[in-house]
Design a protein around this ligand. Sequence first.
Ligand code: AMP
Ligand code: MG
Length: 346
Amino acid sequence: MNKLINNSENIHYAAELIKKGDIVVFPTETVYGIGANALDKVAVSKIFKIKERAKDNPLIVHISSKSMLNKLVKSYSKLEEKLMDAFWPGPFTIVLKKKQEVPYEVTAGLDTIGIRMPESKVAIELISTAGVPIAAPSANISGKPSGTRLEDIEEEFKDKQLYAIDGGCSNYGIESTVVTVKENEVIILRPGSITIEDISKICSNVKYDEKIFKKVSQIETVSSPGMKYKHYAPSIPGVLIKWEKDKDIIEKVIKEIKTKKDEKIIILASRESIETAKYNNYSNINKIFNMGSKNDLKEISRNIFHLLRKIDKEDATYYIVEGIEEKGLGISIINRIIRAVEYNVV
Ligand code: AMP
Ligand code: MG
């Protein structure tokens, strides 16, 4: 992988690559993306190949202006427009009816397209300089944690001929909120940094797709194909200790440590718990990773994918993630952790 420092000359160079049908890794405020011209099906197919991504998992298309939107979609309702105006640019993706010009390679055969206008300056400059919408999933091999810093991505794609713009650490650290509007109701297909509470301020009629919190089999029909796939997973097994009101989370974690006597354990815990719990006193604890303050969920969302990646670098056999309250951004973070531990929750 060839690293490009973030400057105007390199963004122009990357935009030229996109225009001629190559793929480029670039930063956004959510996670790093691996992008191609969304209107070039050959370029788009390169993304699926390098990521080993399932063919039925559609890509989000990134735009830099509303005029670009009109090249991709037939129409949108007043409510859909209100949502775009409220949350763009930002970590918010909306699913709309696609125009014929958008190749089915991008939408994985669907007649709808997920669109986002990022707020990252580098991303916006790249898209506007290329002059084309950029289809970009997260920059990671499918199934692995999304890339939120270039060192992590470099390791994953080290043998690939690929250019990447360095934009430092991703600000939000988890992928965008994905929504669709059906009969004037907003349905959240993937929770993200724009929360249900934020959307409720724009439209009182909003709910989660019921499959967000459930294990979905590969053959099930879902509104958002990404739900079906293994995601974010380290190579060793792990467990999420569920946060429960009126229950001491530290006690629950210690109980799990005691039942897993023969494992070499990594713990991901909040800064507050690490300071009080003394998890280090147990001989089967290999490492303790600080997720951030439980009072600053943005910090935890920025760190989570990097820490999930770090697990594989340690000599451990099992990991325990301390739960956080499932409210606001906490719901989106737990949604990622549940998939990382493959629904092993106690
Ligand atoms: P990723 O780019 O890896 O963050 O994943 C993008 C996710 O957005 C996909 O896995 C889908 O779940 C969702 N998505 C993208 N386009 C659509 C669409 N047209 N309809 C429903 N969900 C979509
Ligand atoms: Mg992804």
